[in-house]
Design a protein around this ligand. Structure first.
Ligand code: ATP
Length: 338
């Protein structure tokens, strides 16, 4: 089922949590709402669920005006960050819960629960209680419970927020596969850019109640609409555009600042007409890459990321003099919210 938000706004007292949001989500899509804490992601999700009512605007579900439809009629599955499983019920009973209150026959419930246990790869654990399985497994049960009512839309609010990094990564891949099989329209709220990039077809970037950009992970990373999006999606050096290094390399602009990803800075050991001198302040091993913190002659500092191979070629040492130039840089007409 498709979802459309038309000029939706929501305030709490004088605070505008969601500000004139327009968004269309295609049937069967998996989209991520990504943004910093307090930007209005959860409020937007709760508006779709019917747990909040908009002050203004309209919400369409499957082409029908659902702005004032009750939560129950929307047929939406919801999963929260903190697994709200019933402690005194087994995994099987937890998954069956939503179907039981809908008075579905016992035989149908048993078949559906078996299917869902298979889908979440927890066959054989149906008779355990939530305390007897891991956090990652509990989140899979929460998803199965949400899917048990055959929802037309699945809403996930920071579903991996409470899990450690390894389990989180596994669950991301698992969620993507699950979605490819079920194709239930899914909206996934996260403040973690790697969660969003790894899982979603499209990412909606929010800031202060508004949408900053909508696009595929590659589109928003490679073509950020503004300085906020670029900075939110990864580390960035922000330098005055008046520095010679930009003119020398054909990045002349009237915008006051230039934005460079750490991997877009080339480091050389010999000078040429396109480089400027820099001093290595610090070298940090980040695992798959090396971070070099460099000081330019005018006191500006920049952070560069190098592959291990390039680092080995350069043999960088603290205090060493090197020569740097930007391989890529962006500027934006208005750079706000940095
Ligand atoms: P987080 O990632 O921290 O959960 P979020 O982007 O999901 O943040 P929301 O939960 O949507 O943000 O909240 C947006 C803003 O609205 C916050 O400043 C929050 O304090 C405020 N807010 C949310 N719900 C209410 C409420 N029921 N009453 C008053 N203010 C609220």
């Amino acid at each position: 089922m498709g979802i459309a938000l038309e000029n939706i706004s929501k305030s709490f007292g004088s605070f505008q949590a969601v500000d004139r949001v327009n968004l269309e989500i295609a049937p069967g899509a998996l989209i991520a709402l990504l943004g910093p804490s307090g930007c209005g992601k959860s409020t937007l999700l709760r508006l779709i669920a019917g747990l909040e009512t908009p002050d203004r605007g309209r919400l369409w579900l499957g082409g029908q005006d659902a702005t004032h439809q009750s939560v129950a009629k929307r047929n939406i599955g919801f999963v929260f960050q903190h697994y709200a499983l019933f402690k005194h019920l087994t995994i099987r009973q937890n998954i069956a819960f939503g179907m039981e209150i809908r008075a579905i026959s016992a035989a149908k419930i048993a078949t559906k629960v078996a299917e869902l246990l298979d889908l979440i790869q927890l066959n054989g654990l149906g008779d355990r209680y939530p305390a007897q399985i891991s956090g990652g497994q509990r989140q899979r049960v929460a998803l199965a419970r949400a899917l048990a009512i055959d929802p037309q839309v699945l809403l996930l609010d920071e579903p991996f927020g409470a899990l450690d990094a390894k389990v989180r990564k596994d669950l991301r891949a698992w969620l993507r596969q699950l979605h490819d099989r079920t194709r239930v329209t899914t909206v996934f709220v996260t403040h973690d850019r790697s969660d969003a990039m790894a899982v979603a077809d499209k990412i909606v970037i929010m800031n202060q109640g508004k949408i900053e950009q909508i696009g595929t992970p590659a589109e928003i990373y490679d073509h950020p609409a503004n300085a906020f999006v670029m900075s939110f999606l990864g580390p960035v050096n922000i330098l005055p555009s008046s520095l010679n290094i930009f003119h020398q390399n054909g990045f002349a602009t009237t915008a006051p600042k230039m934005f460079l990803r750490p991997q877009d800075i080339a480091i050389e050991t010999t000078a040429n007409t396109t480089t400027v001198a820099a001093n290595v302040d610090r070298v940090v091993h980040l695992g798959s890459e090396i971070q070099a913190e460099l000081a330019l002659a005018d006191g500006q500092t920049i952070v560069a990321h190098l592959t291990k191979e390039r680092f080995a070629e350069l043999q960088l040492e603290p205090q060493q003099q090197v020569f740097v130039k930007p391989k890529a840089a962006k500027s934006f007409p208005i750079d706000y919210s940095i």
